[in-house]
Design a protein around this ligand. Structure first.
Ligand code: PRX
Length: 632
């Protein structure tokens, strides 16, 4: 397979970027022409950022799975599409060739149809990292159903909220999932969610962990039974380029997660284009993205991008530290992985175990390393470079978001230069700008501001499911006619971008986005809690930790209450949102208008007790001293 849209030199990068700004439609038409369309588009782009209304490849018809599967069958049908490494290294790994993956996807697509799923229906997928997760995702795309994958760490309540928001009538799950030493009882969590929601018609359950499950007559069916009676052939549904491909929920600054909607045509083109260019992918290389398919990184760089490019992807069920801290390196060695794409939080945690775990394994197959999800600190960058890449593998620091669908700012491996802790330069087709508080673009270099994008790219968010106004208000209102990322950014003298973190009330904990309001809502549900305020603080491993200030009516034992609050948060959102620290306080620093001054709470959480700034507007300045005294 060749990639005519691959940019292979610094000069080509500069020329491509220039063309993408001067003639974006011509630029993207050339890229999109390398994919299989059932009908070519009539118009490349229609857009405004006021409604917003963005349409790419207008009138084009395609099916994403024909691009990810069918078109590879003749030339590379026998080559591995997915190599799956199980949680337990003693269990046999599995390889699915393109031919096999295609067959499984078609058969499971028929299972979905046999169970009533039709084009446009929403299917919630709640599974561990098994090949059947990728199969379920692609099977939805095959028949034009809209998948909504929910990460296996979310609670029943979170699932119930998402089911209702997406009006999803179908679920694909498993009895359980293995993650390190733990078994997660997925079906049982789904059952708890279904006690709260009555719209679900069918639940398809994969047998994985042999965890006992309740199977409700006429509602719950086994994956294997359904596969056994399904037809093998499933023609791909003809989809409009703008038909939604999936919904993925992500946290924002309000209490309720948003269903980010991505399109079929534009998303696919950008996922493949960014995959090939950022990682400089060469046919037959093995690409290992360690993210879970429950997050956007897994959607774009385990499933859609690589498969569309005919790549071989490594999919891993487990965690980096089980059965020992050498597990990633064992996988790299065992399967001769060429590209390793992971998160700073994983690097920092493995770093803490020492280099002997890395040094034990032969990592000479590695060519390219990648980082995603949060700013990578220089120490982690250098450790990754020295001990994993042995100083020979370019590192790509890839900045992007659930809403952007694909990597937006990153060096291209070995083509454009890396700079530790900088995402560096935009991909051709991406036009970032820094904005000042007044809403003006900041000119020149060596400047800081809020990061916006001034022109659409094919995989931009189309809407927030069921509530377009929310999409407008969240992303297109702060700066009229710009997409606002929510991130702060510094640009160095050479024009390299360095993402400095969120400027809204969103935390980034271990590379996962969590809204402070969401955590506060969950804490406030615990009996006896009067009020709470949640802020982030620097955390050695997680990047950011969650610090909660809680006013409690104090009738119970403090330590027990703390544990109960953690339990409540795990129930309401999931264990990932559990606060790292809970400080009980008598009052919160509020202005006379009742607004919590988070700036002060952040400083205290960071341990910076010096100058608290102007506290004269506080209703009761004394609370600040009380909180300082009680700091954990
Ligand atoms: O703050 C940025 C941070 O993660 C946010 C997006 O989170 P999410 O939608 O969950 O997607 C994560 C995976 C794409 C961004 O707003 N972020 C992501 N990548 C980087 C980053 N911050 C700094 N450097 C990065 N490379």
């Amino acid at each position: 397979m060749s990639y005519p849209y691959k940019i292979g030199s610094k000069e080509a990068y500069q020329a491509a970027w220039k063309r993408s700004v001067e003639d974006p439609e011509g630029f993207w038409a050339d890229v999109a022409g390398n994919f299989d369309w059932k009908k070519r588009w009539d118009k490349v782009l229609d857009w405004n950022f006021t409604e917003p209304n963005v349409k790419w490849f207008v009138g084009g018809k395609l099916n994403v799975t024909e691009n990810c599967l069918d078109r590879h069958l003749v030339e590379r049908g026998d080559e591995a599409a997915i190599i799956w490494e199980p949680n337990n290294p003693k269990e046999q790994y599995r390889t699915l060739s393109y031919t096999e993956l295609h067959a499984e996807v078609c058969r499971f697509a028929n299972v979905l149809k046999n169970n009533g799923v039709r084009k446009g229906d929403r299917v919630c997928i709640y599974m561990g990292m098994v090949p059947e997760l990728a199969i379920a995702v692609l099977a939805c795309a095959r028949i034009g159903a809209i998948h909504s994958v929910i990460f296996g760490g979310f609670s029943a309540k979170s699932i119930a909220d998402r089911l209702v928001d997406a009006q999803a009538e179908y679920i694909v799950t498993a009895d359980g999932a293995y993650r390190g030493a733990k078994d997660i009882p997925l079906k049982s969590v789904i059952d708890d969610a279904l006690d709260q929601v009555d719209i679900v018609k069918k639940v398809i359950v994969l047998l994985r962990t042999k965890t006992p499950v309740s199977m409700i007559k006429n509602r719950d069916v086994w994956w294997a039974d359904e596969m056994a009676r399904a037809d093998a052939a499933c023609p791909a549904e003809v989809m409009d380029a703008e038909d939604p491909l999936f919904i993925l929920y992500t946290s924002g600054s309000t209490g309720k997660p948003k269903g980010v909607v991505h399109s079929s045509g534009g998303y696919m083109v950008y996922a493949a284009y960014s995959f090939v260019n950022v990682f400089q992918y060469e046919p037959a290389q093995i690409h290992f993205c360690t993210a879970d398919i429950g997050w956007i990184t897994g959607h774009s760089y385990i499933v859609y991008g690589p498969l569309c490019a005919g790549a071989t992807v490594m999919m891993f069920e487990g965690i980096p530290t089980w059965p020992d801290a050498g597990r990633f390196w064992d996988i790299v060695d065992k399967h001769k992985v060429n590209i390793l794409y992971t998160a700073p939080t994983a690097i920092r945690s493995l770093m803490a175990y020492g280099t002997e775990w890395v040094d034990k394994h032969d990592l000479s197959s590695l060519r390219i390393l990648g980082s995603v999800g949060e700013p990578i600190n220089e120490e982690a960058w250098h450790w990754f470079d020295k001990h994993v890449g042995k100083g020979k593998c370019p590192i790509v620091d890839t900045w992007w978001q659930t809403e952007t669908g694909g990597i937006m700012i990153s060096n291209l491996a070995g083509v454009t230069p890396a700079k530790p802790s900088f995402a560096t330069l935009p991909l051709p087709g991406v036009q970032p700008v820094l904005m000042d508080e007044k809403g003006n673009e900041i000119e020149g270099n060596d400047v800081s501001g809020n990061l916006c994008i001034k022109f659409p790219w094919p995989s931009i968010i189309r809407t927030t499911y069921g509530d377009h106004e929310r999409c407008r208000a969240n992303y297109f209102a702060a700066y009229p006619n710009y997409y606002f990322t929510g991130d702060g950014c510094y640009m160095d003298v050479d024009g390299n971008y360095r993402i400095t973190g969120r400027v809204d009330d969103v935390l980034n904990v271990s590379g996962h986005r969590i809204g402070t309001a969401e955590v506060e809502n969950a804490i406030n549900m615990h009996e006896g809690v009067v009020e709470s305020a949640v802020v982030g603080y620097p955390h050695d491993l997680k990047g950011q930790g969650i610090y909660a200030y809680v006013i409690h009516d104090n009738t119970h034992d403090e330590e027990l209450t703390r544990q109960d609050i953690l339990q409540t948060v795990a129930r309401i959102i999931g264990p990932i949102a559990k606060p790292d620290k809970i400080q009980f306080v008598k009052g919160l620093p509020k202005t006379r208008s009742g607004k919590i001054m988070r700036r002060i709470l952040r400083k205290i959480a960071e341990g910076d007790m010096s100058n608290m700034g102007d506290t004269t507007t506080l209703l009761d300045p004394q609370v600040v001293d009380d909180i300082k005294e009680g700091k954990l």
